[in-house]
Design a protein around this ligand. Structure first.
Ligand SMILES: NC(=O)c1ccc[n+]([C@@H]2O[C@H](COP(=O)([O-])OP(=O)(O)OC[C@H]3O[C@@H](n4cnc5c(N)ncnc54)[C@H](OP(=O)(O)O)[C@@H]3O)[C@@H](O)[C@H]2O)c1
Length: 347
């Protein structure tokens, strides 16, 4: 979800693409994959679950609300005719739930081919909240949970001959074109919960940048295992009424307006499918991929005013901040430090 005025591109696309553009996937002899999608009860995750099931894949919906997931699962089975769709409970913000999900998965499936970290927390306007592990909820859901889960599923991914991980990114990271901005994970464990300056919006922005840094790092770490790790830069998808109801009225108004210009979730779901299954992306790793399925490049160094605008409204550059080694190391070390209290890394 984004609330900054860099949607000009969306508007232009919307005018020229009234119909949903779903390019054909050039997959010959598509192999049946075992696919985990987190947050498959609504929005892009739900649509993606439909899409993967329609292609005959084995779909595991990782969802915190099993009742809701059960209804969606049945709908997917009815529509696709594919009964290889399962829902397993996962609250990705809880390390206990992540561990329990991963154990259940490992007991039931010999390997994992595709892991899509789609679920996210973005209740804009909400007050400061801690997860069950006493971590700030945005960070717990959008960064640490996916990090833990990926590590706990690493062995299952290793067993695949074509393992791919996809992180759901957001245009919100464009805020980091502002060279003064830094990730502010200084309130992760309730150090100053009364702080009036806390905003889920900022926390969400930082979480998506941190996840991009983890994408680059994990791609390198997992290269020897043949596991590909990429992120999709989501530049908007129509939000459901339920999602809109979670944000405060001011944000809701902006989101409703954005919804007029956003494409339906099917558009991004198609990208999930392509990045995770097509031959085109078979050997692509460590990339932030835009809505045209092109790898994005780091922003130019010392851009002039015009270039700054071009980068901010365009879809070919991400902020160079994502490559800041010290900041990226901080994120990696933070996740490892927290992780060491919750898991022992394999290998
Ligand atoms: N829509 C956009 O314009 C947009 C723009 C940029 C990026 N994105 C990114 O795209 C992804 C999907 O967004 P969306 O708009 O499709 O969202 P959505 O419709 O609100 O769906 C979010 C999903 O995540 C699940 N979820 C939230 N917290 C969870 C937790 N702790 N454990 C397990 N599942 C959890 C929700 O489950 P419940 O059904 O139980 O609530 C729901 O299934 C997110 O990563 C988002 O950041 C979206």
């Amino acid at each position: 979800m984004i609330f900054i005025p860099h949607n000009c591109e969306n508007l232009i696309q919307h005018i020229f693409h009234t119909a949903i553009h779903t390019p054909e996937l050039h997959h010959h002899a598509m192999k049946k994959r075992t696919v985990i999608i987190t947050g498959a009860t609504s929005g892009i995750g739900k649509t993606a679950a439909h899409r993967f099931a329609a292609e005959g894949h084995n779909v595991i919906m990782a969802c915190r609300n099993l009742e809701k997931a059960g209804i969606v699962k049945q709908e997917i089975i009815d529509v696709s005719g594919n009964d290889q769709v399962t829902a397993i409970k996962l609250d990705v913000s809880s390390s206990e739930s992540v561990a329990s999900f991963c154990n259940t998965f490992r007991q039931q499936y010999p390997k994992l081919d595709v892991l899509i970290h789609n679920a996210a927390y973005f209740d804009h306007g909400a007050s400061y909240k801690l997860s069950r592990d006493n971590l700030e909820l945005t960070f717990a859901t959008n960064v640490f949970g996916p990090f833990l889960m990926t590590h706990q599923l690493r062995d299952s991914l290793r067993k695949s001959d074509d393992a791919r991980i996809l992180h759901a990114g957001s245009n919100i990271i464009k805020h980091f074109f502002n060279p003064k901005l830094h990730i502010g994970f200084d309130n992760l464990q309730g150090e100053h919960p009364e702080s009036a300056s806390f905003k889920v919006y900022n926390s969400y922005r930082d979480s998506k940048m941190a996840l991009l840094m983890l994408t680059f790092r994990m791609a390198r770490e997992f290269e020897p295992d043949g596991i590909r790790v990429n992120m999709l830069q989501i530049n908007g998808a129509t939000m459901s009424e339920e999602t809109l109801q979670r944000v405060t009225p001011g944000y809701r108004l902006v989101a409703r307006t954005q919804n007029l210009f956003f494409r339906p979730p099917e558009f991004m779901a198609e990208h999930y499918l392509a990045i995770c299954t097509s031959d085109q992306f078979r050997n692509v790793t460590g990339q932030l991929i835009n809505h045209r399925r092109e790898p994005m490049q780091p922003g130019v160094e010392n851009p002039g005013p015009l270039e700054q605008i071009r980068q901010a409204v365009g879809a070919d550059r991400y902020p160079r901040y994502a490559l800041d080694k010290e900041e990226a190391d901080n994120v990696w070390e933070l996740c490892n430090r927290l992780g060491s209290t919750h898991l022992r890394f394999p290998g």
